[in-house]
Design a binder for this molecule. Structure first.
Ligand code: SF4
Length: 465
């Protein structure tokens, strides 16, 4: 018989906990088992007036709200609060009953402004330390990568800088602010000046962007470090400081770091050698820009000399920024059959500049030719660990576009996204252990493990970091 449901207005009578209405495998339930923010109150207490004024929103509630938003991919405050109004899981996660009025969305904005990016970085760092303490992350083998995040500005807000436009209009000397590649003036975002025009390898179109630099652990994909710069900052400028930050935070010496060819600079290889980090980075071959390219010159590190294709010595001379001049003797080049191709117009001898870190680049190139199967496998893992994190953050946690404007807001977004991902990793790792223990010890009278709150206690929670 065809059924019919009467749609009367039902009264809500409930006994028990909201928790009973939330599925055990809900992401907020899983994360709640490993999340303890009881330390937060003390951390931010100095930012509030003591003893007077209207009580502000509980810091733990605010952070739980933000984390719930990032975990569920609801990253805009207004949308998050509208969802929290009717979402039992979010209400339970932040400790609010069904009839309790939720904070206004503007409270979250004021909290971000009051706390600044540092407090949110502390939250992220605590998740890293807990993952290391729980052995979910080791910090010995790491993957480094960067990804552009589209700034929250429209194309109409882009403008040529006023000074460039005026210079051009007055037909003054050719402006150096023109891009070497396109020959056009660089544009700036009027509504978000912190973002800068950048382009990635796949999408050649310049767009206003920030750049997220992330270091991911090899073991379970925990995010060990994340930092945000404007879009035009080169990856090679940032990697060494980020590796130092990871080593300081985890207290572990990094043994191996992988990165893509965008990091293959002599300075990066030299910095890694100094830190005794094995670099699994595909060093690029010497670009051929001349009929007699640099690869045909042999550098002798022992005697600090350079040998040209005809076996003549070039000796080190004048120092320049980041390198030195090496010059040949005019007498050697005078009768050389390669002189026409090798020497620049009007010169009687060869002069080349070698960077200070050139020997490290040569060693990296030689090592690249001898990559073992293990190195290749590690570099494959780099793709799905490091690039996988950027994809996950953009697809599931709203990091494909900046939510708010300004570098500080972008940093807060990146820190909270990384913290949410780390909590997911921690929760799933603990769930595996828990299921194993439960399968070993289950009895008919035992409580189901999913129903126990804070099964790992404070010792393995965020508070222990
Ligand atoms: S021109 Fe001079 S530097 Fe160049 S290959 Fe001949 S001898 Fe060597």
């Amino acid at each position: 018989m065809l059924g019919r449901k009467e749609r009367d207005q039902l009264e809500l009578y409930m006994c028990g906990s909201l928790r009973d209405l939330v599925p055990d495998d809900h992401v907020l339930v899983k994360v709640d088992r490993v999340l303890d923010l009881s330390w937060l109150h003390e951390e931010v207490a100095e930012l509030y007036a003591a003893g007077f004024g209207r009580p502000g929103i509980d810091p733990e509630v605010a952070v739980r709200l933000m984390l719930a938003g990032f975990l569920l991919g609801i990253v805009h405050d207004r949308r998050l609060m509208r969802e929290a109004q009717v979402n039992i899981a979010i209400r339970w996660f932040i400790g609010f009953g069904l009839h309790e009025a939720l904070p206004d969305h503007s409270s979250l904005t004021r909290i971000r402004q009051r706390w600044g990016a540092e407090r949110f970085r502390t939250i992220f760092e605590r998740t890293v330390k807990v993952c290391v303490a729980a052995k979910v992350a080791k910090g010995e083998v790491v993957h480094v990568d960067a990804s552009l995040i589209r700034a929250d500005v429209s194309w109409e807000s882009l403008a040529v800088r006023h000074i460039d436009a005026v210079t051009d209009a007055n037909e003054a000397a050719e402006s150096e602010r023109k891009s070497r590649k396109t020959g056009k003036y660089k544009k700036v975002c009027v509504t978000d000046p912190d973002a800068s025009m950048a382009t990635n390898g796949r999408n050649r179109r310049l767009e206003p962007a920030y750049k997220q630099h992330a270091v991911v652990d090899d073991a379970c994909g925990v995010i060990l470090d994340v930092e945000v710069t404007t879009g035009e900052i080169n990856e090679g400028q940032v990697i060494l400081s980020r590796l130092d930050a990871v080593a300081a935070m985890t207290g572990t010496i990094i043994k191996t770091a992988t990165a893509d060819a965008g990091y293959a600079y002599a300075k990066v290889f030299a910095g890694m050698e100094q830190r005794a980090i094995e670099a699994v980075i595909p060093a690029k071959a010497e670009p051929i820009r001349s009929p007699v390219p640099m690869r045909r010159f042999r550098y002798d590190a022992k005697h600090d000399t350079l040998k040209c294709p005809r076996g003549k010595m070039l000796k080190a001379g004048r120092a320049v920024k980041h390198g030195r001049f090496f010059t040949s003797r005019a007498a050697d080049c005078r009768h050389c059959d390669l002189a026409r191709l090798c020497l620049s117009n009007g010169r009687v001898n060869k002069a080349v500049v070698l960077g200070d870190d050139y020997p490290a680049l040569l060693r990296a190139r030689r090592r690249r030719e001898r990559w073992s199967d293990e190195d290749r496998a590690l570099y494959q893992r780099h793709r799905w660990r490091s690039e996988g994190y950027h994809g996950e953050a953009k697809t599931w946690h709203g990091l494909s576009r900046a939510i708010r404007r300004g570098l500080i807001n972008m940093k807060i977004q990146a820190y909270l996204t990384a913290a949410a991902v780390n909590l997911k990793r921690l929760a799933s790792a603990f769930l595996s252990i828990l299921l194993f223990v439960y399968s070993q010890e289950a009895t008919s009278s035992a409580r189901h493990p999913f129903r126990q709150r804070k099964v790992f206690g404070i010792g393995l929670s965020v508070a222990s970091a």
